[in-house]
Design a protein around this ligand. Structure first.
Ligand SMILES: NC(=O)C1=CN([C@@H]2O[C@H](COP(=O)(O)OP(=O)(O)OC[C@H]3O[C@@H](n4cnc5c(N)ncnc54)[C@H](OP(=O)(O)O)[C@@H]3O)[C@@H](O)[C@H]2O)C=CC1
Ligand SMILES: N[C@@H](CC=O)C(=O)O
Length: 357
């Protein structure tokens, strides 16, 4: 039996659900895949719980009682002292600072799985540096949930490209929260700010919802797919239409923004009124491969098209390639939510484990 040791950073919506899924699936993984999963470290932004033999279903109580303030060194020392092998660090944070330690984790023998999109959307130099370090140290990095949550988008785009298929365009709805917001807002009489709150409560938005409303989250996903297609692009080159007022996106804190979201109601009422009969609002992303352009924008879409018909927090990705001709390969399904995202992370962990010797 191959024993893998998970060091989990981030125990919010996704991290919590992942713990539950890993504990529940443990026996099945052992029997069907020969992988025994142990979670000796869980951490939030300030505290970590370290238990060599792994957390149990009492982990929340144990965390409250025994987690201690930590530095990365404490975790590195612990994994060495305890001689933990097959290490996988999971980034289930949304932190821009946390990704700075990826290189040190790789150098200290860790493989990586990330739900956090930040590392793949910093400079092209950093992107290449991570991959160089991974290769040098013989480590792996899986990040399927960076685009489309649990949907198999990254692997499909990468697989097509690596097989020599010419991908010409990718177009679709890349944001689960904006999908939910516009599906609900277009159909119901609810206020925009109430729908936004609902999306947050359902775990669809980023910890700071302005990441979604500013279009940055979609911009990141476009860049991640473009880089899979070996387009040498930077985040600043993505053309992004923001849905948020400058005054709310500037100096305000995330908490202050939450208190002021009703200031968005009037703007979105206007957008709604301007729709033609039988049209709905959609926030879409588009990569034109030949032109090397990446764009995120709000459009008015006829209700009877594939994009117009999506429901709930669905994403839809239309992948146009030479072999598929005029009819794109289409992948559709829930594009946000703790359960689907955690399952995508778990699936990455299992695939990565199968690569470890
Ligand atoms: N929700 C979704 O549908 C999807 C989410 N994702 C990604 O998953 C990630 C997590 O999202 P979600 O669970 O909703 O976020 P939450 O805000 O619910 O949880 C974030 C967790 O990360 C912790 N954290 C923050 N900074 C650090 C740090 N420097 N070191 C260690 N832990 C830290 C937080 O700790 P503390 O409480 O102390 O701040 C918290 O436990 C995000 O990157 C998101 O983009 C990807 C696909 C879909
Ligand atoms: N906030 C994101 C979550 C998944 O990446 C979204 O709304 O799509």
């Amino acid at each position: 039996m191959k024993k893998v040791n998970i060091i989990l950073f981030g125990i919010g919506n996704v991290g919590k659900t992942l713990i539950e899924q890993l504990l529940t699936a443990k026996k099945q993984w052992e029997e069907n895949s020969g992988v025994s999963v142990n979670v000796p470290v869980i951490a939030n932004s300030t505290k970590a719980l370290l238990i060599a033999e792994g957390i149990t279903e009492n982990w929340e109580k144990d965390f409250k009682k025994s987690a201690k303030e930590y530095k990365l060194e404490d975790i590195l020392d612990f994994t060495k002292e305890q001689d933990l092998e097959h290490l996988i660090a999971i980034d289930a944070t949304a932190s821009k600072e946390f990704v700075e330690i990826y290189i040190r984790l790789i150098q200290n023998g860790f493989n990586l799985v990330a739900a956090n999109k930040v590392a793949n959307t910093l400079s092209a130099d950093f992107y290449k540096k991570i991959r160089k370090e991974l290769e040098y140290h013989g480590k792996h990095f899986f990040y399927e949930t960076n685009v489309g949550a649990g949907l198999p988008i990254v692997q499909t785009v990468r697989g097509l490209h690596q097989a020599g298929e010419k991908v010409t365009k990718i177009r679709g709805v890349f944001s689960g929260s904006l999908s939910f917001i516009f599906n609900t807002f277009s159909e119901n009489k609810e206020k925009f700010s109430d729908v936004l709150k609902k999306a947050g409560n359902l775990g669809y938005t980023e910890p700071d919802a302005r990441e979604d409303l500013s279009g940055n989250d979609v911009g990141r996903k476009l860049l991640i797919l473009a880089r899979e297609l070996q387009l040498d692009k930077e985040f600043q080159e993505v053309k992004i239409q923001s849905l948020i007022l400058e005054k709310l996106n500037g100096e305000t804190s995330a908490e202050e923004f939450q208190k002021r979201i009703s200031e968005l109601d009037e703007i979105f009422n206007q957008h709604k009124k301007q729709q033609d009969q039988g049209h709905v609002l959609r926030y879409i992303g588009e990569i034109e491969v030949e032109k090397a352009t990446l764009e995120a924008k709000l459009i008015s879409e006829p209700k009877n098209t594939a994009l117009g018909q999506i429901k709930g927090a669905d994403n839809i990705f239309e992948i146009y390639t030479e072999s598929y001709g005029d009819q794109p390969l289409v992948i559709q399904g829930a594009g946000a939510g703790a359960a689907v995202t955690a399952r995508g992370v778990a699936s990455d962990v299992l695939k990565l484990s199968q690569r470890l010797n």
